[in-house]
Write a new protein. Structure first.
Length: 423
């Protein structure tokens, strides 16, 4: 395995940033320092004008295999992740077969072993077949999964969620909860706000999200279960979680780039603006931004959810829920949050790499001796998001054509190049 010297970049780790070099050898970070010198066997990568960080970790990604390979495959999904500087993904379990037992999660794991170009940590389901009637094989799935989720479905029964928390806490697992009260949906498909009212669309109320969160944080405190809320989108969700974290240290949450950047005033009558939860009101976006600033929200994850072009071509009402984002998530967040002074680059790396690695016990850090999972982002030159350049099979993004900074030039996984711009 050849040596590689990443030279002249701004290194970001552990709340600090400094100009330095990284020497990679034998799949690990061999040295970090200033003015490191390459020998004749060492390739040099010029990182002047770039941010260099440990690989991003996206804990909410839909790879669609097994079961839905017409939307995405593990090959295309992990190549897309590498294109975005992501070296670890946690894959969601809305698959066929659902990973609800050792034999079913093994189907997915074989595909991961055969196809993935980065690290993939699969979620197991909370309930059998994600049907929310009885629990999956919780104890047997613990060593085979990163956590438990029924993503795409909210657990409706308080009794079932309590039982899940009791059994998952007993094995020191973590729940990644999709919080949605089905009884409050009323066939809605965008936020129940001004845009929906003006254009005759059926809305999804905010309580359908924050109601289950309010129930669950109380249960998590009582049952001492590690509990992570997926893709929060409402101001009430932020406040409930902020209050819960004052007296419970095992509750965490994530939001996605699109909720921090867009609101329902930005909607267009196109499927690329449709996702679940939906884009909420401007005041919700403001609360989410405050949440990442004060530490209530510790993780930015994409909820990368590819669909076929046909499934996303039916407008707001009829298109499938979900957008893609893993290939441009850093650039979007850097452009809208760091360049505009909303948060620092150190905070962004914490949100997109360090915190998810800590919460989900993924390991990895920008330190000597660690596996060489490294991402290099050019922050000097703008580029336009072009889905023709995406490696994902999914192309639906509301950010098509937007000018951003932060293109990923190089991604290493275990010291191997899994993405290099123009190569």
């Amino acid at each position: 395995m050849a040596k590689l010297l990443i030279k002249g970049g701004v290194l970001v780790a552990d709340g600090e940033s400094w100009r330095g070099d990284i020497l990679v050898a034998n799949g690990k970070i061999e040295a970090i320092g200033e003015s490191l010198v390459a020998d004749e066997q060492t390739e040099v990568f010029n990182a002047e004008g770039c941010i260099v960080t440990y690989g991003l970790a996206d804990v909410h990604v839909h790879l669609r295999e097994p079961g839905y390979s017409y939307k995405e495959t593990i090959t295309t999904g992990t190549r897309a992740a590498a294109h975005g500087g992501v070296t670890t993904v946690c894959s969601m379990p809305n698959l066929q077969p659902a990973p609800d037992a050792p034999e079913t999660i093994a189907v997915q794991q074989r595909l991961i072993d055969e196809q993935a170009v980065i690290e993939v940590k699969p979620f197991a389901t909370i309930s059998k077949s994600r049907a929310r009637r009885e629990l999956a094989e919780i104890e047997a799935l613990r060593p085979l999964s990163v956590g438990y989720s029924d993503d795409g479905n909210g657990i409706q029964s308080e009794a079932l969620m309590r039982e899940a928390m009791q059994r998952i806490a007993a094995v020191d697992g973590i729940i990644a909860a999709h919080c949605e009260d089905d009884s409050l949906l009323h066939a809605g498909y965008i936020h129940d706000g001004e845009y929906a009212h003006q254009h005759g669309h059926k809305g999804i109320c905010s309580e359908s999200e924050w109601g289950p969160i309010k129930r669950d944080v109380k249960l998590a405190e009582e049952e001492k279960c590690r509990y992570h809320v997926c893709h929060i989108s409402t101001k009430e969700s932020v406040e409930i979680i902020r209050e819960a974290k004052l007296h419970c240290n095992h509750i965490s949450c994530e939001t996605a780039p699109h909720y921090l950047i867009l609101c329902d005033a930005d909607l267009k009558e196109e499927g690329r603006f449709k996702m679940n939860p939906p884009l909420r009101a401007a005041e919700d976006r403001a609360a989410l931004i405050e949440g990442i600033q004060d530490g209530t929200i510790e993780v930015i994850a994409t909820d990368h959810a590819p669909h076929s072009a046909e499934e996303k071509s039916r407008g707001l009402k009829e298109s499938a829920m979900g957008i893609v984002g893993i290939e441009c998530s850093f650039a979007l967040c850097y452009t809208h949050l760091v360049r505009k002074g909303v948060i620092t680059i150190e905070k962004l790396i914490a949100l997109m790499s360090e915190n998810p690695r800590r919460i989900f016990r993924l390991g990895g850090a920008l330190r000597v001796g660690e596996r060489a999972d490294i991402a290099v982002f050019d922050i000097t030159k703008p580029y336009n998001i072009d889905t023709n350049d995406f490696l994902s099979m999914g192309k639906a993004t509301p950010f098509e054509g937007e000018e951003v900074y932060g293109k990923c030039l190089l991604t290493l996984f275990g010291g191997e190049k899994v993405w290099e711009e123009n190569k």
